[in-house]
Ligand binder design. Structure first.
Ligand SMILES: [Zn+2]
Length: 439
């Protein structure tokens, strides 16, 4: 039984599209602030350069282009209405981000933008003027290259997609980078008008949905020997800064039965995070920072500070783990004569991928992989993505590509051209399945 909606699409054409994506990932990797590494942050000259390249590639497939008030680069392929272009038709957005973390890999975010352009190339039809292209579907297609997903420069992630979602907070203008430049100054220097940030916001009625292809930032697909997965949700996350208080005393003169060592309490807490989360399938916790005070070689630590990053597929599971951990911390600190407190610094609910978009991506994967199981892999994303913001205005669906060894945010980050080819095909098939849905 054939399951493809693209029967005339030859493997050669898809392979050529994948090769173009890989070559462009290399080309974008050369646009960096740090020679020998990849680093591209929000509102930098590198950001401007990759936007210009993306715009050129958008026009090459017949899209009209614009850079919005938050520095997102957008290409649009209008829908056809009675043989002409319908500028007002709602759009399916497909995209990802072009910014990076420091010393990044070349695929996180980038590959999703470039794959979206290849989907446009495969699906478009010529426009009446012979220059532009049109979407043959009952909706327009917009490719979005989000300007800031990682939050590397200003410490606040998802700035680009928050502007599109209309959830921009004017307090963010005062955020500063490592050099003390405010977000407002950086936007002005980039050529944006902070007073017009609201113009980047999209209304729900302008959109059909949002699809994103992204490398998996873990090893699950690699372990299963599969190329592609449907994403069920983007993790809910909570972050805490914890403080343990004990008593600083002389390291030589204080016997163990008199010590209230804050660092040992914090260390035991970190082990409790691992023990509790290991017993969970859908929650993962990490202590990434740990500091002892006063921090002298000859003093029993009187205070310890540590961070906790807790992510879960569902908010309820994540919160249950935090409650269990809190009870454990009471016991651990009580036994050691320590006090502890926690300050929550981040709380984002899980964004569930829309069931309809999960279904069309599942159908897309089956169309791309005739030998695929009827039920392709479904994974939740413990990493954050632009869909977390975009979920506020429209349905979100995500496709994951296998990432060998699961390494990401690292120069060794990888994806194979063969998997990119399957991903492009699956994404194109997903768009066609969505177009076939009654609206
Ligand atoms: Zn990403």
């Amino acid at each position: 039984m054939t399951r493809t909606l693209l029967p005339d699409l030859t493997p050669d054409r898809v392979a050529a599209a994948a090769r173009r994506v890989m070559a462009r990932c290399d080309e974008l990797a050369r646009v960096t602030a740090t020679p020998g590494e990849i680093e591209r942050v929000y509102l930098s000259t590198e950001h401007a350069r990759v936007n210009r390249l993306a715009a050129e590639w958008m026009r090459e497939v017949g899209m009209s282009t614009r850079q919005d008030a938050a520095g997102n680069q957008i290409g649009r392929l209008d829908a056809i209405h009675r043989g002409a272009s319908d500028r007002d038709a709602p759009a399916l957005m497909i995209g990802s981000h072009l910014d990076t973390v420091p010393d990044a890999g070349r695929f996180d975010g980038i590959v999703g933008v470039l794959m979206a352009l290849e989907v446009v190339r495969l699906l478009r039809v010529p426009g009446p003027d012979g220059e532009s292209s049109l979407s043959p579907l009952p909706f327009a297609i917009e490719v979005v290259a989000f300007s800031d997903e990682e939050g590397t420069r200003f410490g606040k992630a998802l700035l680009g997609s928050s502007a599109v979602a209309g959830t921009w907070n004017d307090d963010w203008w005062q955020l500063t980078d490592a050099d003390g430049t405010t977000l407002r100054q950086a936007a002005l220097e980039f050529g944006l008008d902070p007073g017009r940030i609201g113009e980047a916001a999209r209304r729900p009625d302008e959109l059909v949905g949002y699809l994103e292809a992204h490398i998996e930032q873990g090893p699950e697909l690699d372990r299963r020997g599969q190329s592609l997965a449907v994403v069920s949700s983007i993790a809910s996350a909570r972050r805490f800064q914890l403080v343990v208080e004990g008593e600083a005393r002389h390291a030589g003169g204080t016997p163990y039965d008199m010590r209230h060592d804050a660092l040992l309490g914090a260390s035991e807490a970190a082990l409790a995070v691992e023990r509790i989360c290991r017993g969970e399938h859908h929650v993962i916790g990490t202590v990434g920072q740990l500091e002892a005070f006063p921090g002298a070689v000859n003093i029993v630590p009187g205070e310890a500070h540590f961070s906790l990053d807790l992510r879960g597929e569902f908010d309820g599971e994540r919160d249950r783990v935090w409650d269990a951990l809190s009870r454990d911390l009471d016991v651990i600190m009580g036994r050691r004569g320590l006090r502890w407190r926690a300050r929550e610094v981040h709380n984002a609910p899980a964004v569930m991928c829309a069931p309809l978009l999960q279904d069309v991506i599942r159908a897309g994967i089956r169309g791309a992989l005739p030998d695929a199981p009827d039920d392709p892999a479904t994974l939740f994303s413990p990493a954050g993505h632009d869909g977390m913001s975009i979920g506020a205005i429209t349905d979100v669906g995500m496709l994951f590509l296998r990432n060998p060894d699961g390494i990401s945010h690292h120069p060794d980050e990888a994806v194979s051209a063969a998997d990119v080819a399957l991903g492009i095909r699956a994404l194109a098939e997903s768009v066609l399945h969505l177009a076939a849905e009654p609206r």
